[in-house]
Each structure stands twice: as structure tokens, then as C-alpha cells.
Design a protein around this ligand. Structure first.
Ligand code: NOJ
Length: 757
């Protein structure tokens, strides 16, 4: 991607904003945006109105909705993306409500707007926050052109439960990676600069713990010990609060017995008081009301009371605030100061967005369509993870002249896009079939869909697929899950490929032709058998609009794969949850102490077969670990060193290693830094990611890779959220994935120190 890309964007965005200002100034005559002054003029109803967000598709034709706008009962509208409708609603708010406060229009812009990029879990697999930031700039610009000024992103949920369909929306299992991705997305949307208003406001969601719903079943109970909240789940949220994310969204779920939308400890004590978050909190859809269903309150009035006291500033979709807040204030159950605080936060965001001066949709700016597609392609390329490559079947050699392209995901412009793509333009999609035909020539690609959908169980078309394979030099089988099988409320208990896809793979494998399996989905699936059958295996996620071209470039070796797994892949469902950043336990598993189930002598003595933390049948390791991903070249690491074996408090040390490209292919590698606090007053994980770098090396080249570690990065929290930095021994690794063995040590000196939060 040319360096000028961001500059180009900045230029067109600047033009857009300038035009918008001129456009609106002529209409609005330079409206004032003094929040305190406005607040002093507002009636209680008008204040509560700002705290209400309604779903508003086609709302400008709805008289009841327009009436609410005129009365000042709608602070924000979600899901309206037609610029004409947005302008019509905004005009009503500006010209016909008493104070003319502009509406804030929000939308889920999750991994693209018109142009769709890889699903979030795929974006995380790029391990490339700089690239993800550029992607978010594009999403923001496309959404801005439709009048959207607030996105419900980034999602900061941490999850290692692939049964949960929303793992798709996460950046994986690791707090460091999730934080880096979240910060990148936040910056890409906001595009902060001194001389222009906030571009698109952001939302850290879902606060907190949503990714650990019990059994992976969506909306289910969440129970996380407070120490784990501080040391894992809060990490990205705290970082984003510090970085100035504009809003927070509550989770649908309860957390340790209290629904998040009514959790005063979570929203007020932790978020607003301890972290000093000064943006506003929006509830997730209907979740204020759902406190009744949780069994936490008996009616809507109590639901509103709990939520407002807890710190929910804006209610999404349900209307308990509109219906009961005034009564609660009149009865002195809710103070006016609390309402003012919520409204001040909301108005401040509107002011920072420049909505008072420029409330209408800016005249559309033309976006560089070609460059956007190139960026989407680059993201898809970097997201794809090569899991297996027997005898270097990939990249395809010149001898591969014809291919059988098989499977329900090989030519589906919609299904390759993934979840949360409401505004996605399927016309932009390039499928693998389109890309392969364009490159190899139509006559050399034998395409057989074989299954009508990924869930199809019929084997009727298998014979045709086998025939096509036999006539070709190799087979590329593209399977996975349709978009609808991942995302919200799309949990699964069985994680094998649905339908007859595994049978299809087995049938093609029997031909003996080289078999490349490509999996398009947004969750780790159970692929242990497939990984044995495949000659090469690529996890392509839902790759978005440019998935086809990205895959072609990888298969034919125009570029070497460089994606890395952002989440551990289990061998089987019974192993879930499995994650690399686990605790050591008193009896750590090891191959020495594990007798496999089939090897256990009959009537063995109970403790003779090894008493450690493993499963008899599958041991203790995942199928593929966090951070894993192969390349077409051979990368090797050596010579790990620390600049000093002692790290003093408040100082920094450098850890380095040499990365060699020992193969004969130019390629990118994601170098990963892990640490372990060996002994601490609260047990620490066996390994924690603390740094990553994407390095391009030509064949034969070597480079010294350096990471800085400061004592601050070695901090952790006690059970009450107090930050601790303790002296002692640290292991540190540099390598290609979370199972890297290249290790050294250093010592953090000085006894326990604590920082005030
Ligand atoms: C429900 C989802 O949980 C949340 O992620 C989304 O932003 C809102 N609805 C708005 O669509």
C-alpha cells in the first residue's frame, strides 16, 4: 500500500469536512455549541430525550417517530444509513424541536461498510495493527459518506470459546493482541487531529466479560473472579478508556450475578470513577429492560432506576428511560445531577463531532475505489493462515496448469463476507472462482460446487467433483461456514464442518491428487482429521470482498502467507476452553507424565499413569497454538539476548534475537515476544504476549529484532484491582508462535512497589 494512502485520505476527509462546514453554516448560521449553556436551557424531558436511542430505519416516513424527534425525545438513532433519511430526520430535529439539538446517528461498522474486510478474528490474524488502522480509516470514510458519525466498534471481548458465534467479532484470546487491534480501530475511526472535529466516534464493547459466556451459548451467564477481570478482561477496556475511546457499550450478560446494564460497580466505580472515563455509556440493545428477564428487577421502572444509577447514560432500543426517568427524578430516587452528568457526556460528544455546526450528511467525497480494494486484499492476504504444507505443495508450481475448484464457499459473493455486514456491497466481492478463472483461464478451472450450502448433506454431486479432480493437476476445496453460522446468537455445540463437507474432502482425497483445503469461517473449527488428510491447509476466515484475489496470490506464491492464529485451535470440543495464557497449576502437564489412554496397562495402580493436568485421551496441547502460522520460507531464530540481566524499577531493557530467512522465498514473519513472571504473590500465566513485529526479509537475509520491556509492562493486579510490580525472575522468549522455545531470563529488582490507580 502506498505511503501516500493515509495522506490521501486525510486530504479528502479534510475537503469533506470543509465542504460540510460550509454547507451547514449556510443553513445553520454558525450554531452555538456551548454544552453548559445548552444544559441550562433544557427541560427535564429534553434532557432525558438525549439519553434515548431508537432504531430508526426508514424513520423519516414514520409520523410517530417524527413526533418524538420534534419533542426532543431522541438523542440518537441507530441503523439509519440512507443519507436522505438522515438529513430529513436531522432537519426535523434542528428546525422543529425547541432547542434544535442534532441527532447522533450510529451504526455497526464492524469490519467494513460497503467494502468488506476480513472478519475481526481474521484481522487479528494479521498481527498488524498499523494495517488494521488503515482499514478502519476506510470503513470510517465509507460510513461517514452515508452520514454515520458513531460506530459500535471496536469489540474488545476476549474469547477462547469457538462455540460462541461472536468469537468472530473478537480479536481473539489474548489481551495484548486485542488491545493493539482495539487501539488501531479506535484511531482509524476517530482520526484525531487538532484542526478538525472528531471524524467517527467509537464504542468499546461489550463491557465486560461477554466472551466467556457459559458453555459458549450466547447471552449466557458470565462468572469471572475479580482478579481475572483486572488481569485479563479489563486490560483492553482500560487501555481504550485511556486512549480516549468515545463511548462504552454494556454487555447483554450478567457478570458475577449482576446484569452489566445495572452494574454500578462496573460502570460507575470502575469505569467512570477509577478509570476516569469521561465519554458516555450506552446499553446494548434492550439490555436495560432485560434486567427483568435476568431476574434482577421486577419491572421497567426499576430497570431504568438500576441502569441510570449504575451509569448507563443512553438506553439503546428499549424505552424505560423515556417512560420512567422523569417519575424517578420527581420522586427523588434519581438526582438531577446524575441526569445532567449523563446529558453533559452525550452533548459533549455531539459537540466534539462538530454536529452543532455541521449536522447534515456531508456531500459525498469520492473514495479511491481501487486503493480501497487493494487494502482489503492486503488485509485478506495477511489474515490467511497456512496451517499445513506437506512437501511444499504450495505455492503451486508451474506444472500445475489446471485445477479442480470445489466446494460451497468457492464462488459465493455473500458468504465470504462474514457476519455484521449490513451495508456490505456484494457486487464488490471477488470470489476464488472469479480470481482463479481470470488467472489460469476459464478452461483450466473445473468448478464444482458439490454442496448447495455448507450445511447440505447430499452427496449427489460428489461424483462430478471427483471426476473434475481426476482431470486436473490438483484440487482446491473451499469449505467452511456460511456467514449466518457465526456472529450474534449463532453458537454451535458441534464444531466440525457442517453438512457433508468432511465427506466431500474425504472423497476428493481418495483421488490421490494434491489436495489444498481452504476453510472460510470466523471461528476455530475442529479440523484434526482434515489436517491429516490435506496436503496443504489454509485458514482463510471470512476474508471479505477481496477474498478470491487474496487466496489466488497466496496459492500461486505471489506472496508468502504470513497470518498467525489469534486463538488456539482445540483438537476437539471437549478441550474448550484451551488457551496459551493459562496458569501453571501445581501439577503442570508434560509428555513425561502423560500415559495415553490406549497405553494404560490393564488394572494399573491409580497414580501409576501420571497425575498431571492433562486429558488421558488427547493430552494437553491444542491442535495449533496461539500465534501459529507457516510461511513458504523457513524462518529461524537464534541468539536471544537481554541488554542487562537486571531491570530496575522504572527502567527499560532490550531483548533481542536474530531472525534468519533460511529459505529461498522473500517473506514476512510476525515475530512474537512472550514473558513469564516466574513467581509472584498471585500466580501468573505460563506465558504472555508482550510484543509483536512484522518483519519482511528477503531470502537469505537476517535481521536483529529488538523489543523494549519496561518494568511497567510487568505489572499485574491483585484481587482488588491494585496494581503491583514485584521483583523477581522473568522468563522471556522471542519466536514464531506461543510455543517458541528460544528463551532467556532477567531479574526485576527492588521489592514490591505499587502505583495508585
Ligand atoms: C447488539 C449487539 O450485541 C451489539 O454488538 C451491537 O452493537 C448492537 N446490538 C447494535 O446493533
Amino acid at each position: 500500500m502506498p505511503k501516500s494512502f493515509s495522506k490521501y485520505f486525510k486530504r479528502i476527509l479534510f475537503t469533506a469536512v470543509l465542504t460540510a462546514i460550509l454547507f451547514s453554516c449556510s443553513r445553520e448560521n454558525g450554531r452555538q455549541a456551548n454544552v453548559e449553556e445548552l444544559l441550562s436551557q433544557m427541560s427535564l424531558d429534553e434532557k432525558i430525550g438525549q439519553m434515548c436511542q431508537l432504531h430508526g430505519e426508514n424513520a423519516s416516513h414514520d409520523t410517530a417517530f417524527l413526533h418524538l424527534v420534534r419533542q426532543g425525545w431522541i438523542g440518537s438513532v441507530l441503523n439509519e444509513t440512507d443519507p436522505n433519511q438522515i438529513n430529513a430526520l436531522q432537519k426535523t430535529a434542528i428546525e422543529e424541536s425547541r432547542l434544535g439539538i442534532p441527532i447522533l446517528f450510529g451504526r455497526d461498522v464492524i469490519h467494513g461498510f460497503k467494502t468488506i474486510f476480513p472478519v475481526n478474528l481474521g484481522l487479528a490474524a494479521t498481527f498488524n495493527p498499523e494495517l488494521v488502522k488503515k482499514c478502519a480509516e476506510v470503513w470510517a470514510s465509507e460510513a461517514f459518506n452515508s452520514g454515520i458519525r458513531w460506530t459500535f466498534a471496536p469489540s474488545l471481548d476476549i474469547s477462547y470459546d469457538p462455540r460462541w458465534g461472536r468469537i468472530a467479532e473478537t480479536y481473539g484470546e489474548d489481551p495484548y493482541l486485542v488491545t493493539q487491534m482495539g487501539l488501531a480501530v479506535n484511531e482509524g475511526f476517530q482520526q484525531k487531529s487538532k484542526d478538525k472535529p472528531l471524524f467517527v466516534a467509537t464504542c468499546a464493547k461489550h463491557f465486560a466479560g461477554y466472551g466467556t459466556v457459559e458453555g459458549g451459548r450466547d447471552y449466557n451467564t458470565v462468572a469471572i473472579p475479580e482478579i481475572e477481570l483486572h488481569n485479563t478482561y479489563f486490560i483492553p477496556f482500560k487501555a481504550l478508556a485511556d486512549a480516549g475511546v468515545n463511548t462504552f457499550m454494556t454487555s447483554f450478560t450478567e457478570l458475577n450475578g449482576v446484569p452489566a446494564s445495572g452494574d454500578k460497580w462496573l460502570l460507575r466505580n470502575i469505569l467512570k470513577e477509577t478509570w476516569k472515563f469521561d465519554g458516555f455509556v450506552v446499553s446494548d440493545w434492550g439490555s436495560v429492560r432485560e434486567q427483568i428477564d435476568h431476574g434482577y428487577v421486577t419491572n421497567e421502572e426499576e430497570a431504568a432506576l438500576k441502569a441510570v444509577i449504575a451509569g448507563v447514560d443512553m438506553e439503546m432500543a428499549s424505552t424505560t428511560y423515556r417512560d420512567y426517568l422523569k417519575k424517578l427524578v420527581d420522586e427523588k430516587k434519581v438526582s438531577l445531577a446524575l441526569i445532567d452528568d449523563a446529558v453533559r457526556r452525550i452533548l459533549t460528544l455531539k459537540k466534539n463531532l462538530g454536529l452543532f455546526e455541521s449536522p447534515y450528511v456531508s456531500p459525498p467525497v469520492s473514495l479511491p475505489a481501487k486503493e480501497i480494494l487493494l487494502l482489503a486484499k492486503q488485509a485478506a492476504i495477511q489474515s490467511m493462515v497456512l496451517l499445513k504444507n506437506d512437501q511444499n505443495v504450495l505455492p503451486f508450481s508451474e506444472n500445475i496448469k489446471s485445477l479442480a475448484l470445489i466446494g460451497p464457499m468457492a464462488n459465493d459473493k455473500y458468504e465470504q463476507l462474514g457476519t455484521w455486514i449490513f451495508d456490505g456491497d456484494t457486487n464488490l466481492s471477488i470470489t476464488p472462482l472469479m480470481a482463479f478463472r481470470a488467472h489460469y483461464g476459464t478452461e483450466n478451472i473445473r468448478y464444482v460446487k458439490a454442496l448447495s450450502t455448507t450445511r447440505d448433506n447430499s452427496e449427489k454431486a460428489f461424483a462430478e467433483a471427483i471426476h473434475a479432480t481426476k482431470q486436473s493437476d490438483a484440487a482446491v476445496v473451499i469449505v467452511g461456514e456460511e456467514s449466518i453460522l457465526t456472529g450474534e446468537a449463532h453458537s454451535r455445540a458441534h464444531l466440525h464442518l457442517p453438512g457433508a463437507q468432511e465427506k466431500l474432502i474425504e472423497a476428493i482425497a481418495k483421488t490421490g491428487k494434491p489436495l489444498v483445503i481452504v476453510i472460510m469461517t470466523s471461528r476455530p473449527l475442529i479440523i484434526d482429521q482434515i489436517s491429516i488428510i490435506a496436503s496443504a491447509l489454509i485458514y482463510a476466515w471470512h476474508p471479505g470482498s477481496m477474498g478470491g484475489e487474496a487466496l489466488l496470490d497466496i496459492l500461486r506464491g505471489k506472496v508468502s502467507p504470513s497470518g498467525k492464529l489469534p486463538v488456539s485451535f482445540p483438537i476437539t470440543e471437549g478441550q474448550i476452553p484451551i488457551y496459551y495464557r493459562h496458569k501453571k497449576t501445581g501439577r503442570p502437564a508434560s509428555y513425561k507424565s502423560w500415559t495415553k489412554l490406549e497405553d494404560i496397562p490393564v488394572r494399573s495402580f491409580q497414580t501409576s499413569i501420571g497425575n498431571t493436568n492433562h486429558y488421558l485421551d488427547i493430552g494437553f496441547e491444542p491442535l495449533y497454538p496461539f500465534g501459529y502460522g507457516l510461511s513458504y520460507t523457513k524462518f529461524e531464530y537464534s541468539n536471544i539476548q537481554v541488554s542487562s540481566s537486571l531491570l530496575n524499577m522504572n527502567e527499560t531493557l532490550i531483548v533481542s534475537a536474530i531472525l534468519h530467512n533460511k529459505g529461498n522465498v522473500d517473506a514476512e514473519e510476525v515475530t512474537q515476544l512472550y514473558i513469564q513472571d516466574v513467581t509472584a504473590s498471585y500466580t501468573r500465566p505460563v506465558k504472555e504476549l508482550k510484543g509483536l513485529k512484522r518483519i519482511f526479509l528477503k531470502a537469505g537475509e537476517s535481521q536483529k529484532i529488538e523489543f523494549r520491556i519496561s518494568s511497567r509492562e510487568l505489572a499485574f493486579y491483585d484481587a482488588r484491582g491494585k496494581e503491583l510490580i514485584e521483583e523477581g525472575l522473568f522468563n522471556v522468549w522471542i519466536g514464531t508462535d506461543s510455543q517458541t522455545k528460544l528463551k532467556t531470563v532477567f531479574q526485576l529488582t527492588k521489592s514490591e512497589t505499587s502505583y495508585e490507580n
